[in-house]
Design a binder for this molecule. Sequence first.
Ligand code: F6P
Length: 342
Amino acid sequence: MRIGMLTGGGDCPGLNAVIRAVVRHSIKNYKSELVGFLEGWRGPIENKVMPLNLDNTSGILHKGGTILKSSRTNPFKVDKGPEKIMENMKQNNLDALIAIGGEDTCGVAHKMFTQYQLNVVCVPKTIDNDLSATDFTFGFDTAVNIVMECVDRLHSTAESHDRILVCEVMGRHAGWIACYGGIAGGADFICVPEKPINLSELVKAVKNRHANGKKFSIIVAAEGAKLAEAEILKDKELDAFGHVKLGGIGEQLAKLIEKETGFETRSTTLGHIQRGGSPTAFDRVLGTRFGVKATDLVHTKKFGTMVALNGNQIVDVPVEAGVGTLKTLDMDLYKTASIFFG
Ligand code: F6P
């Protein structure tokens, strides 16, 4: 077979592990050939390709980012985008495509499968961990470990200066990173998109710590967490999928907390630091297992599917199961986290 592969949407650590696994397994065990499409869906629209072989996919397992580059291109917003994809699949003599991405990339793959009969298999990735039908996406564990390390570092400086430090983390619709990172880092309060921020509860937690002799606190806030009465959107520009660029809740919270408590409060936004660098062992293993499974699915012609983690098993599900609704935070986990607030 000849198989195309692309990585779309926000990058995350572990993408190269998937690419390497697909190439290695396809060439060694199925004698197939691979073509890499560059820059997400822009690749198959504009026929931007690179060869993928054992040589150029060796030594990439530990590297962050993606050797195929990425973009948030939406083919359904490009004139004749889907038709151009089908044309370029033919032009490159490709029998199938492996699309590695999140909600948006897999959503496009689903539409291409149902409306244009593209032979596609999806691999779910996102640091946000908000894709349905899989227990975890790769990239999430690395992001959580980065948040944990940063929260550890914030602790020592917060303590030296008797400050409240707000740490803003990624997660536009789901509080998985905030909750896991907050629990692991020992946050004193966690704000998530799934629960409107109750400022008086937060202020009470901070004051309670002060009353008990702890003159510093760490608050972890997801970028998508909302204060009911505040305007949190810094920049209303939309991307090709209609998402607003987020950012700013940390700063707003810091000002409000300082005003309400009288304690010096600062904010730190971790931003893309959470997406960069080397993947953890967990993400390398998950990415590798996903890549191997996606390769098997392509060679057994099980198209329109997405690989997924179910418990400790790698399974396949129809791609629409992954993209229909977002997997928001398990509020039982938030309840566990809240035992440690204040
Ligand atoms: O979807 C992953 C993610 O990192 C989100 O957590 C974040 O809101 C968004 O991407 C940022 O996107 P960009 O890198 O395009 O600014």
